[in-house]
Write a protein that binds this ligand. Structure first.
Ligand code: SF4
Length: 403
């Protein structure tokens, strides 16, 4: 429900939805906009031309685009993030006080849900925010990465770490030994996440089974974990289950395994193909070969499970570029993707301390520049052929990840 009004001379818009409240206050230059989940956590803010997004772990990213310039992104310090939260909260306090005193005039009365959402946001002060972040740290191991369309999921860590942990371009789980949770332990984790989110659960759209490789768990151990999710959450209402499957040298699931998982709500699996070129996969120390990915994707699709396939742009530099493009086109074309699926192009991000950097140096690779990485994605895209509705094709920037 949308309520319009005025606060002094400034137009005010208050949007109360079943999952969040968004307040917009015009000022002479640009509107300030704040959105909160129904537990009172700041979710997004737009202030002085900068967009902010707060993660459940309290981290906050700021993005802005100056006229004629590329978009700028910066991760705030905790102190800076708390200052933004405090500024937004103070605006909520001032506006709510003005509404109650009549100094802000609304065209229609604020609904009861709007009062409740205002009061939650106002109660979520700096001490509450800090306590929330600490609670997050008790409930979760650090969440390494999610596909971009899953940033609003409920992440449940059925496993911790990555069962392979060999890929030389990936540092997400290097310090975390792989382990599979027991069903009772996982059920307790799922319940703790639900309790942590509180009324903020309504803002979450799907359930993502973490960490890197939850679907590598053998079926006899995986199904009790999936059942535990159903005991704690209404999986269909939350939009189903999603997960990564990364690296294919381990146990392979059959079509009937995927059917059984689809029956339990598995909706999309994200597959880190990286490249269709086996020599490049070997250089990246990625387990398995491109044909394993094709086989896995075809099994999922046959079982009615959608996929998100991730291709790594710039991997292997100039040395592998031609084979990477050629073989990735061939591999993706073999997968039989359709309109239910997503194809992600993710640019390689290399820190000096990654084993990839040393391997590339020793191999004498010339890296691709930013424009060349983008051109590589366009070359791959140009070569793709789909028999029906094509998959969605999107960019995947791991530096933007926020949960
Ligand atoms: S399989 Fe995936 S999560 Fe594991 S090390 Fe490789 S890229 Fe990282």
């Amino acid at each position: 429900m949308i309520t319009l009004g005025h606060w002094d001379t400034r137009p005010v818009t208050i949007s109360v939805k079943p999952n969040c409240i968004t307040v917009s206050v015009d000022d002479p230059k640009e509107a300030d906009v704040f959105s909160y989940d129904l537990a009172g956590r700041l979710w997004t803010a737009f202030l002085d031309g900068t967009a902010y997004r707060r993660g459940l772990d309290g981290k906050m990213v700021a993005k802005r685009r100056l006229p004629g310039e590329a978009r700028e992104r910066r991760w705030l310090t905790r102190t800076e993030a708390l200052a933004i939260e405090d500024h937004a909260r103070q605006q909520m306090v001032d506006l709510y006080t003005a509404i109650q005193s009549g100094a802000a005039r609304l065209n229609t009365p604020l609904p009861a849900a709007g009062h409740a959402a205002f009061e939650r946001a106002i109660r979520f002060d700096a001490a509450r925010s800090q306590a929330d972040v600490e609670r997050y740290g008790q409930v979760y191991q650090p969440v390494g990465i999610l596909p971009p369309d899953q940033y609003m999921a409920v992440v449940l860590q059925a496993t911790e770490g990555c069962s392979f942990n060999t890929c030389n371009f990936c540092s997400f789980y290097k310090e975390r030994p792989f382990r599979i949770k027991r069903p009772d332990e996982f059920r307790a984790h799922a319940a703790a996440v639900r309790d942590f989110l509180g009324d903020g659960l309504s803002l979450r759209r799907t359930i993502f089974l973490g960490d890197a490789n939850a679907l590598v768990v053998p079926m006899p151990r995986l199904m009790p974990l999936v059942d535990a999710v159903h005991e704690v959450y209404d999986v269909p209402a939350l939009g189903g289950l999603y997960a990564f499957l990364d690296g294919f040298s381990g146990e392979k699931k059959t079509i009937s395994d995927y059917r059984a998982l689809a029956h339990k709500g598995l909706t999309r699996v994200y597959v880190g193909l990286e490249s269709g070129c086996d020599d490049l996969l070997a250089f990246l120390r990625k387990p398995g070969q491109a044909a394993d990915s094709v086989q896995a994707v075809r099994a999922m699709k046959a079982a009615g499970v959608a996929v998100g396939v991730i291709v790594l742009l710039g991997a292997g530099g100039q040395t592998y570029a031609a084979a990477h493009v050629r073989e990735t086109i061939r591999t993706v074309n073999d997968m039989g993707l359709d309109g239910d699926d997503i194809l992600y192009f993710s640019e390689l991000v290399v820190d000096d301390d990654l084993p990839y950097a040393r391997a590339a140096y020793e191999a004498g690779l010339t890296p691709l520049g930013a424009a060349e990485r983008i051109a590589q994605g366009e070359m791959i895209e140009d070569g793709l052929r789909f028999s029906g509705e094509p998959p969605q094709i999107s960019r995947y920037d791991i530096r933007e990840f926020i949960y």
